[in-house]
Design a protein around this ligand. Structure first.
Ligand code: BEZ
Length: 236
């Protein structure tokens, strides 16, 4: 029997991505094991053959190469069956032209989750919004299988893809250069250096004349990080 606990299970940032095996439009997958060494964006959508979801799928598919260049695999999910998924993706490719996108082929896996096993494991069923459809969840999972960011959108609002890409690049940049990133950070903007760990370092920072670094106060210092260094993280 379904328990309230199952429905409300919510993985958190820093947790290992829960394991599952699933049938997808690209065959069976063993998640997250099959994607070890890659970043993964696991995202849910409410239902096939719906307009917001269609606009999102077309956008995800048309950006797939950009995500691949960031060593990132897209994996979609909805609480629909495999044949519905196949029919919907065929319709998108054959019939839908939207905002200059046409003949769009979705080649990343779309999980069938008619049993809601995966969506419940990932907290994608949020009964206040819908108890039969997944909300628009986005899980950013790192190459070690750890959840690094989670974003939820309601049924009525399509995701901001510019922000999804910014989050991914931000996570990769923070890891590679051991920095944090300020509000609205974009590649090429200054980055935040780790907090001063001692009174001596705090003093040094405030007295520094290093032109690469700016301290607004002892606990809030930024440094330059060239856009080229962020772009260098791309795998192609
Ligand atoms: C949509 O994708 O258009 C949608 C799906 C479920 C509820 C409302 C809108």
């Amino acid at each position: 029997m379904e328990t309230q606990e199952q429905v409300l299970s919510m993985p958190r940032i820093g947790d290992k991505a829960p394991d599952f095996k699933a049938i997808t439009t690209q065959g069976e997958i063993n998640f997250p094991k099959d994607y070890e060494g890659k970043w993964v964006i696991l995202f849910s959508h409410p239902a096939d053959f719906t307009p917001v979801c269609t606009s999102e799928f077309m956008t995800f598919a048309s950006m797939q190469e950009e995500f691949e260049a960031l060593n990132t695999q897209l994996v979609g999910l909805s609480v629909d069956g495999l044949y519905s998924h196949i029919a919907w993706l065929r319709t998108i490719k054959e019939k839908i032209e939207y905002k200059g996108m046409k003949n769009i082929e979705v080649t990343f896996p779309l999980i069938e989750d008619i049993t809601m096993n995966v969506s419940k494991q990932y907290g994608m069923i949020q009964p206040g919004e819908s108890s039969t459809k997944a909300v628009r969840a986005v899980f950013f999972i790192d190459p070690k299988g750890v959840i690094r960011t989670i974003i939820y959108y309601p049924l009525s609002l399509g995701r901001n893809f510019d922000e999804l890409k910014r989050v991914l690049i931000g996570l990769q940049t923070a890891d590679a250069y051991e920095v944090a990133l300020p509000a609205d950070w974009r590649p090429g903007d200054d980055v935040i250096v780790p907090p001063a760990g001692s009174c001596g370092v705090a003093k040094e920072r405030m007295e520094s004349t290093d032109g690469e670094q700016t301290c607004y106060d002892w606990f809030f210092c930024t440094r330059k990080l060239a856009k080229e260094k962020v772009d260098a993280l791309r795998v192609k």
